[in-house]
Design a protein around this ligand. Structure first.
Ligand code: PLP
Length: 329
C-alpha cells in the first residue's frame, strides 16, 4: 500500500460509481490475437457516456463531496477528457461545473464539454495556466477542484477498471495502459498486482513530451516541455509536488514503453480497419506498441486499455486516409 491507497478504496469506489458510470466490455480482437499468437482483449472504455474512462475517477471524487460542497460547484483544468467527465458527472449529480482549458485544446473537446453540460473557460496557453484559473475559481467561488490524476479518489475510481478486468480474466499475463499523469495506471496496477502479482503492467506513452517517463528516468518528478502529439490526451506534466502517482508507478509498473507518432497513426488506422473502432491517439498507444513489436506477448492473455475516442473527425479521417495502405492484411 502506497500513500494509504489500498484495495478497499477501489472496492469502495466500485460500490458508488455505477450510478453514473458504465461497466465496459472486454472485446477479443481476433486479427491482432492471431497475428501475435496470443489472446488480446480491448477494454472498451471509449464506450463511457463521455467517450473516455475519466468519468470513473470524477464520479468517485464528486460522490465523496458533501452536499454543501456539491452546491458550491466544481471546477477543473484538463486537456479535455477529464474536463468533459467532470462536466458530465456534475450534471448527473447536480453540481455546476466550470472547466478551465488552455487555448491549445482542440475545438471538438470544448464542444464535448459544452454538450456534457459544462461551461468552458479558455485561459492561457498551457495546462499550468489553465490550472491557475481553476485555483482562482476555487478561491473566489468556493468550487471544488476535481483533480485530473494525483488524488486518492481519482486513482481509486480509475482502479475499478482493474476490478472489471480481473473479474473476467483472473489469469491475465500482461496489461497495457496508456500513461500520462498516471491516475489510470496507478489504480489499475494496484488492483492487478494485488490480485495477480505475476501479471506484467506496461505503461505506454508517446516518445516526445512523456512527463512520467522522463521523471522516472530522473528519479523524481520533473517538468518537461509539451510537444504536439496525436496522443493529445497524454500531454501535460505530473506535478512537481506529485503525491501519489509517481510513487505508485515506480512501485507497480514493470516498464514504460514509448511509441512514435507514426506508430500511433498506424494503430488508429489498424483499429479502424480491422475492428471498426474509432480511437483517439492516446487510446491507440497500446495497439501501437504491439504492432511495432515493442512488447512481446506470444502465448499470453493480454488486456489493452482503449481509453477514449475523442478525436477530431477530420483528423481521424486524414490519419486513416494516409495510413490505410500501410496496414497489411
Ligand atoms: C487521461 C487519459 C489517459 C491517461 O490517463 P492518466 O491518468 O493521466 O495517466 C489515457 N487516455 C485517455 C483517452 C485519457 O483521456
Amino acid at each position: 500500500m502506497i500513500n494509504n491507497i489500498g484495495l478497499k478504496d477501489v472496492y469502495e469506489a466500485s460500490n458508488l460509481i455505477y450510478q453514473v458510470v458504465r461497466k465496459t466490455p472486454l472485446y477479443k480482437t481476433n486479427h491482432l490475437s492471431n497475428k501475435l499468437k496470443s489472446e488480446i482483449y480491448y477494454k472498451e472504455e471509449f464506450l463511457q457516456d463521455t467517450r473516455s474512462f475519466k468519468v470513473r475517477g470524477a464520479a468517485n471524487f464528486v460522490l465523496h463531496l458533501s452536499q454543501e460542497e456539491r452546491e458550491r460547484g466544481l471546477t477543473t483544468y484538463s486537456t479535455g477528457n477529464h474536463g468533459r467527465a467532470t462536466a458530465h458527472v456534475g450534471q448527473k449529480l447536480g453540481a455546476d461545473a466550470k472547466i478551465c482549458l488552455s487555448k491549445n485544446v482542440p475545438e471538438n473537446k470544448k464542444e464535448g464539454i459544452r454538450n456534457s453540460g459544462g461551461q468552458v473557460v479558455v485561459y492561457g496557453s498551457s495546462q499550468d495556466e489553465a490550472q491557475e484559473k481553476a485555483n482562482e475559481l476555487h478561491e473566489e467561488e468556493g468550487r471544488s477542484i476535481v483533480p485530473p490524476f494525483d488524488d486518492k479518489y481519482i486513482i481509486a475510481g480509475q482502479g475499478t477498471i482493474g476490478l472489471e478486468i480481473m473479474e473476467k480474466i483472473p489469469n491475465l499475463d500482461s496489461i497495457l495502459i496508456p500513461l500520462s499523469g498516471g491516475g489510470l495506471i496507478s489504480g489499475i496496477a494496484l488492483i492487478v498486482k494485488s490480485i495477480n502479482p505475476t501479471c506484467k503492467v506496461y505503461g505506454i506513452s508517446m516518445d516526445q513530451g512523456a512527463a512520467m517517463y522522463e521523471s522516472l528516468q530522473a528519479g523524481k518528478p520533473i517538468k518537461i516541455a509539451e510537444v504536439n502529439t496525436l496522443a493529445d490526451s497524454l500531454q501535460g506534466g505530473i506535478l512537481l509536488d506529485n503525491k501519489y502517482t509517481f510513487a505508485m508507478v515506480e512501485e507497480y509498473v514493470d516498464e514504460v514503453i514509448l511509441v512514435t507518432e507514426s506508430e500511433i497513426e498506424l494503430a488508429i488506422t489498424y483499429a479502424f480497419l480491422k475492428d471498426h473502432l474509432m480511437l483517439e491517439g492516446a487510446a491507440a498507444v497500446g495497439i501501437a506498441a504491439l504492432l511495432a513489436g515493442k512488447i512481446s506477448v506470444e502465448g499470453e492473455k493480454v488486456a489493452v486499455l482503449t481509453t477514449g475516442s475523442n478525436i477530431d473527425n477530420e483528423q481521424f479521417l486524414s490519419v486513416v486516409e494516409n495510413n490505410k495502405n500501410k496496414v497489411d492484411f
